[in-house]
Design a protein around this ligand. Structure first.
Ligand SMILES: *Cc1c(COP(=O)(O)O)cnc(C)c1O
Length: 233
């Protein structure tokens, strides 16, 4: 189960996802060119990332700083270093936020003012998504929708963060499309404050066609492309 995929399998799964993304985009009257597929490689070895790079993947998602920083360094040390973009999609601790900035071009999990404050920097901007919680359980990842405007204002006031839009994970046990409709409404609220921040990071292996139907621009797809994840290292 945690074996690395046989040659061909990875390529086939990647091609199948790309085809399904294009099909869902067409069905929604959109073009796949406006959709970025981020391959989430958490728990997988760096060798899998290298194989995906050879297959033309450029955007990678990781959810734990320690693991992500090691992988980013390994690839950066190659000669020549591959042209990859790291997306940090996991929960972010304020004390690690600054270190994540070192390699991540995009942070999908801005969910509280302390994280935003920790990311403030006079240097080049990092791209960010405000993560919202689409469940009724405040213990789940992301900001409660009631706090959306105030966190967005905080991000816009911060130096060094370029707000792309909103991010969410569909709640377990609810129709994903309905949940993504709420995310789309959240995106519209953000656009009132920041018209350029219209991107939507949503859609995982089991629900990305629904996310595309509700306007997702950044898909975060793991196992549908990589195969099953090995256990947490
Ligand atoms: C792991 C993860 C994904 C990918 O999940 P799959 O179900 O394997 O596609 C997407 N988003 C986040 C935030 C994740 O942690």
């Amino acid at each position: 189960m945690s074996e690395s995929p046989a040659p061909g399998e990875l390529e086939d799964r990647l091609a199948a996802v790309r085809a399904a993304v294009a099909e869902a985009a067409t069905a929604a009257g959109r073009t796949a060119d406006d959709i970025t597929t981020i391959v989430v490689t958490k728990f997988h070895p760096v060798g899998l990332i290298e194989r995906l790079v050879e297959l033309g993947v450029r955007d990678f998602g990781e959810s734990r700083h320690q693991e992500a920083s090691v992988k980013a360094r390994q690839l950066a040390n190659q000669d020549p270093p591959p042209d990859v973009v790291w997306h940090f999609v996991g929960q972010l601790q304020s004390k690690k936020a600054h270190a994540v900035r070192e390699y991540a071009r995009v942070i999908h999990s801005l969910d509280r003012a302390s994280v935003v404050a920790a990311l403030e920097s006079p240097g080049p901007a990092v791209d960010g998504f405000v993560q919202v919680n689409l469940t009724a359980d405040p213990g789940r990842g992301g900001l409660q929708l009631a706090g959306l405007e105030s966190l967005v204002e905080r991000v816009l006031a911060a130096g060094g963060i370029n707000l792309l839009g909103v991010m969410a994970v569909a709640p377990v046990g609810e129709d994903a499309r309905r949940a993504f409709l709420r995310l789309r409404a959240a995106s519209e609220r953000v656009c009132v404050l920041s018209p350029g921040s219209s991107a939507i990071s949503a859609g995982m292996s089991d629900d990305y066609p629904d996310a595309i139907a509700e306007g997702a621009t950044h898909l975060r797809i793991g196992s549908a492309i990589t195969g099953n994840r090995p256990p947490r290292p």
